[in-house]
Write a protein that binds this ligand. Structure first.
Ligand SMILES: *Cc1c(COP(=O)(O)O)cnc(C)c1O
Length: 462
């Protein structure tokens, strides 16, 4: 198994190289050269297995023997032992044939833990084997930073530097990062906004000379291993509801498209999926593209579901590559045009997408209404991201007979602001986190200057 770029010009890489590399040198994203298949019998044999065992079986062909089976099994088991629910990602039935897949039982209460608990351990394994160390840099407006820190805190060969905008993330989100006191974790509060932090990370990746030879690794959602880890819960939840003997549909609150793309991979591997419903908030490029073939950027809108606030969906490129039947030159031309002007997909690729995907966009007012209504009907308090999914599933599902699984991407306590706005007194943090507001914090405040940030990284890495 090799990995190739969606823009067709970068060299093909092994699994190990692709995990350590991130973006391809031609500006594209890496995808597997062939998609491994799960047969009817493979899927049927997964009924009743543990999440870790299903994870091992689904991911094994992508790892391609580059980590021996016993070691990889150990990595997977360790990664998912950090989740507080024995089922790792339990299903919760809401209504007749509408289920929530609770992806928020990991250390930071959002679905990004599923991928990052695994990615940190895989990176550490390969670095150990090579006798190398690496530095991770990332910018966060909240969610991803804490999941990356939790995923790397035990990794001996990694130092992680996460930049967040000073005094512009919620207290819970800041504390989920700054109360991790491990020696290899460095939180930097930048005196600026998220874009300043992001720009300094980008500049550091573009010119890595300041690290004199130490590898800089990205753990954002373009890393293939994150997609790979997310394929697993589509398979596990569908099998729990009767796959391969019956099909299911999925509804996915979406932003950078990594999550729902993983679902599409599960379908291509042989999982019977009737429909993927893409839920967006007011930042609706995915919905505009699918519904109206309006593939254009629009101003960013700050919404009650902030982890879905995006202008461009980076992983959509991976789906375009499939829709354009793996024509890297066509994908490259489309995306280069899109950077500077409103664009549209060609007819045949758009028709292919519409065979598998539907979409729906949900406003802030509707998010609040859905949180109230869902509670009234089911006694569940949904987080605002999950609320977009709940509504989109009801609006866009093709039929009532096929079970629909809405991905619950965060715990409501993590986004209590929206829950309070919807009229509830708030949501308690789960028991293992109830002292979060009393824990000791550690972080450094730095000016929004590239040289200051890079000096900090060089002086503090181990
Ligand atoms: C990251 C995130 C999303 C969006 O996921 P993508 O893979 O970027 O589409 C949705 N909800 C929550 C809570 C998130 O943290």
């Amino acid at each position: 198994m090799r990995y190739i770029s969606t823009r067709g010009q970068a060299p093909a890489l092994s699994f190990e190289e692709v995990v350590l590399t991130g973006m391809a040198s031609d500006g594209g994203l890496y995808v597997p050269e062939e998609i491994p298949m799960l047969s009817h019998d493979d899927l049927a044999a997964m009924a009743g297995l543990s999440y870790a065992e299903i994870a091992f079986r689904v991911m094994k062909p992508y790892v391609n023997g580059e980590i021996d089976d016993a070691t990889f099994r150990g990595i997977v088991e360790e990664a998912y032992a950090t989740f507080s629910h024995d089922a790792v990602v339990p299903l919760n039935q809401l209504d007749a044939n509408h289920f929530l897949l609770e992806l928020f039982h990991g250390p930071t209460l959002a679905f990004k833990d599923v991928a990052l608990q695994l990615l940190g351990r895989i990176l550490d394994h390969f670095l150990q084997k090579r006798g190398e160390r690496a530095v991770i840099m990332g910018a966060t407006s909240g969610d991803t930073g804490s999941a990356a820190i939790e995923g790397c805190r035990h990794c001996d060969n990694l130092d992680i530097f996460i930049l967040h905008p000073h005094q512009r993330v919620s207290e819970v989100q800041r504390r989920q990062m700054t109360t991790v006191l491990a020696d290899n974790v460095f939180n930097v509060a930048i005196e600026g906004n998220f874009d300043d932090a992001q720009a300094m990370v980008k500049a550091s990746f573009a010119d890595q000379g300041f690290l004199d030879g130490t590898r800089l690794v990205a753990v954002n959602s373009i890393n293939w291993a994150r997609i790979m880890a997310q394929i697993v819960y589509y398979v596990a939840s569908a099998v729990a509801l009767g796959a391969p003997h019956r099909a299911v549909s999925f509804c996915v609150p979406s932003a950078n498209f990594g999550n729902v793309f993983a679902g599409y991979m599960a379908k291509r591997m042989g999982l019977p999926v009737k429909q993927f419903i893409i839920a967006t908030n007011a930042n609706d490029i995915l919905h505009r593209t699918l519904a109206d073939n309006d593939f254009s950027k629009q101003e960013l809108v700050a919404t009650l579901a902030p982890s879905m606030d995006i202008v461009v969906s980076s992983n959509f490129e991976r789906l375009l590559f499939e829709a354009y039947e793996r024509d890297g030159a066509a994908v490259k031309a489309l995306l280069e045009r899109f950077q500077s002007e409103p664009s549209a997909l060609a007819e045949a690729p758009l028709a292919r997408l519409r065979e598998s995907f539907a979409s729906h966009s949900v406003s802030d007012a509707t998010i609040l209404e859905v949180i109230r209504e869902a509670h009234h009907r089911t006694q569940e308090i949904l987080d605002p991201h999950t609320a977009t999914g709940y509504r989109a599933a009801e609006q866009a599902r093709a039929d009532a007979a096929t079970p629909v699984i809405t991905l619950a991407t965060a715990h409501p306590a993590k986004f209590a602001e929206a829950v309070v706005k919807a009229g509830f007194p708030g949501v308690l943090l789960p028991p293992h986190m109830d002292d979060l507001l009393e824990r000791e914090e550690r972080y450094s405040v730095l000016p929004a200057e590239l040289s200051a940030v890079q000096r900090f990284v060089v002086e503090n890495r181990r």
